[in-house]
Design a protein around this ligand. Structure first.
Ligand code: NAD
Length: 307
């Protein structure tokens, strides 16, 4: 990768939930760097209620008045095929999809209603699926595609009062990891971000002085680098970023315990080796399910834990 001024001339970027917050910041950036931008937003409340065309249209107007190219789409991401069709109808192609639309329905698990769960799944899980599903054939045919999924620290760690949102956000990781594996031979590169930024979503939970240091624009450079054609290898990455800091995540596995499938294969034997399960002194960093089979082979050869 390299280059001071990354540009997207001739490419079409679809940003979902782009009427405000992070999506707006992405759209304005891509619009200023030569892309045709599809600015999607349903224009509802942060709880997923109501709808209006104003939010998306305002962003389109901003891009166009600055000399860029953009069209609005007002569909819910549940109808991802219509959003991608807007790109095809107006620009004849789609090169980059940023799955960004999101809502919150925060409530303790005890008080959660099916509606709170279902709506979160609809927007985050079904929405991301539908948009990617509709973009995929185009990506494959042109042997080019860049996709960003939006997870959250709530998904990576779980967050009090957000079990619906946490579940939906971690689902973005599994979804995108699988897409990255299926896409790579067609030059479709897919990465996940867990951003933290000032927006109407965070406005009620963080003080102003903290929010001032979490500008949505500061999320843009990483998204830009990952979705530019000069990125030819970064795929399946999970990045956490905010306030100007950005870092990558990976899985870590403890040393672990190996029990033999004979008469020593008992809960009591496991309890005796419990500290091995929590032994992080020599961790591994698995990158796929096959690593577990290698681990099993290696574990047979390992000497007992010297502790
Ligand atoms: P935001 O509320 O400003 O933006 C979300 C946008 O999505 C809104 O404009 C909303 O109208 C739109 N939207 C909601 N439902 C939609 C639907 N069904 N179809 C189309 N558009 C829809 O919030 P934001 O902070 O900019 O959030 C952007 C993304 O980042 C979300 O996926 C959010 O979960 C994620 N995120 C944000 C933070 C943060 O700190 N701001 C942290 C972690 C994850």
């Amino acid at each position: 990768m390299g280059g001071e001024q990354l540009r997207w001339d001739g490419q079409t970027v679809v940003v979902t939930g782009a009427g405000g917050g992070l999506g707006r910041a992405y759209s304005l950036f891509f619009g200023s760097r030569g892309a045709n931008v599809v600015v999607n937003d349903l224009g509802g409340s942060f709880k997923g209620e109501g709808g209006s065309q104003t939010a998306a249209q305002k962003v389109v107007d901003e891009i166009v008045s600055a000399g860029g190219k953009a069209v609005a789409n007002y569909d819910s991401v549940e109808y991802g095929e219509r959003i991608i069709q807007t790109a095809i109808d107006n620009y004849g192609r789609i090169d980059v999809l940023i799955n960004n639309a999101g809502i919150l329905r925060d409530i303790s698990f005890k008080n959660m209603k099916d509606e709170d769960w279902d709506l979160i799944m609809k927007v985050h899980v079904i929405g991301a699926y539908k948009c990617a599903r509709a973009a995929w054939p185009h990506f494959r045919k042109q042997k080019y595609g860049r996709l960003i999924s939006t997870a959250s620290a709530a998904g990576l760690f779980g967050s009090f009062g957000q079990c619906n949102y946490s579940a939906a956000k971690l689902s973005q990781v599994g979804f995108t990891e699988a897409l990255a594996k299926e896409g790579v031979k067609y030059n479709i590169l897919c990465n996940t971000i867990a951003p933290i930024a000032a927006s109407r979503m965070t406005a009620t939970v963080m003080p102003e002085e903290v929010l001032n240091n979490l500008k949505p624009e500061w999320i843009v450079p990483l998204v830009a680098v990952l979705t530019h054609k000069s990125n030819t290898s970064e795929t399946g990455g999970i990045f956490e970023l905010g306030g100007g800091h950005m870092a990558k995540y990976r899985w870590e596995r403890s040393r672990g315990a190996l029990l033999k499938a004979d008469d020593t294969f008992t809960p009591g034997a496991l309890l005796q080796k419990w500290s091995d399960i929590e032994d992080w002194t020599n961790p591994q960093h698995p990158t796929g399910p096959n690593d577990f089979m290698t681990l099993l082979e290696d574990a047979q050869k390992l000497p007992p834990n010297p502790r």
